[in-house]
Design a binder for this molecule. Sequence first.
Ligand code: PLP
Length: 485
Amino acid sequence: MRPDPTPPASPTALPGYAATGRIDELRATEYRHLDTDGQVYLDYAGAGVAARAQVRAHHDRLLAGLYSNPHSENPTSVAAGSLVESARRAVLDFFRADPDEYAVIFTPNASGACRLVGEAYDFGRAAPLVLTWDNHNSVNGIREYARSARASVRYVPLNGPELRVAESALVAALDAGRRSLARRWGRPGLFAYPAQSNFSGVQHPLGWVELAHQRGYDVLLDAAAYAPTNRLDLSVVRPDFVCLSWYKLFGYPTGVGALLARRSALARLRRPWFAGGTIRAVSVQGDWHRPMDDESAFEDGTLNFLSIPDVDFGLRWLDSIGVDLVHARVGLLTEWLLERLATLRHDTGGPLVQVYGPTTGAGRGGTLTFNLRHPDGTLFDERLVAREAAAAGFSLRTGCFCNPGAAEGAFGMSRTSMRQRLLAGVDTIDQYLAALGLPTGGAVRVSFGLASIATDAERFVDFVQSTYLNRDVGADAPLPPRLRC
Ligand SMILES: Cc1ncc(COP(=O)(O)O)c(C=O)c1O
């Protein structure tokens, strides 16, 4: 804690900022395309940004040799296959995962990784799904697989304004109903949670992996929002499944993610189908098939063999900068922005900014979600903020960010108010929000990442202050209808 509670005018004055100066050098060189047209990029939770070196590496590789479908045995195919295998090793190295313990499955994205687990997990009456409210929809969707297998689905709520989960509530959800069926049959269930919420930035304890293991559960750790700015060491924390999208770590390539899976847990999955590349042998007339017995049993069809080698490069690139350095820079900017936003008060004395989630830097990542208030305390419509921020050149996110449970927690919505029965007859998102009596339909999210610098945060504070401070509820131009939550 700094002795003076007033935040300095610039994050550059913070102790420790100068030690992250390498990021400023990179921004001026490798990431200089971020600064064309006076734009300000504040959506790293949406997507990271690519360095010039990554784009050059892709270009150079493709022009230096020929690569073809790795399912063949010819020289161009072998060349492609060996780059894919080297990317697999790079992923294991990056996360310090023992290759005997973990397999790397390349997927189209983190959602694809979640789906692989959901559709193949052996859910049943004795094998429930337990998950926290603040999961991304790509994890929430696993509940549909669980339900169709008659498994119980138990959500663990978020608590208080910090939107965290009480460990006692988690333990209660993990233990509920297990004494009878599961213990008798010895079958685990699945516990799924985000290492970092993409809504509030809350970082949940990684120790929950072991907590759930002790109770016989498999654990799916959603690291999509966590891994870009935090070190995940799989030699220390050993979830059964980890899902990721690479573009969130280093911007490029898109269309490639991964499921890191413990081989023992992978062996218990039963895929509901097979595809090209996933089977050792198959007969049409005999109506049988034998799956591959390694990670390729989960890689449907032809891998993105021209982009997967870019993951290898991206990991080495990120390593050369240092995740810990990125973490430090993002932490400084986040704390500074939180402190500065908290100082913004209308002349009425009322706060301009209402943050959802932790208001200090402790136990959180570089994602800040909030709404802006008029002097009379009512909220600015997030669509208005989206429009005005875009016009001023800011790339940020508004809405509920595919994280309905965190939004429900932030807006204090109760289970009773959300019952489908009560909402029968509403056709549009706006009618739905009105039926719920919500003051607005979502929130504003800004997030920092690998190439963030002090002026990104400073310019955002200037924009918020000059556009919204002391601005009364006015006759704003009509806003477009909301098409999704
Ligand atoms: C925490 C979290 N999990 C999963 C996802 C899904 O990632 P993708 O859309 O790349 O599949 C996201 C995307 O924003 C996310 O933030």
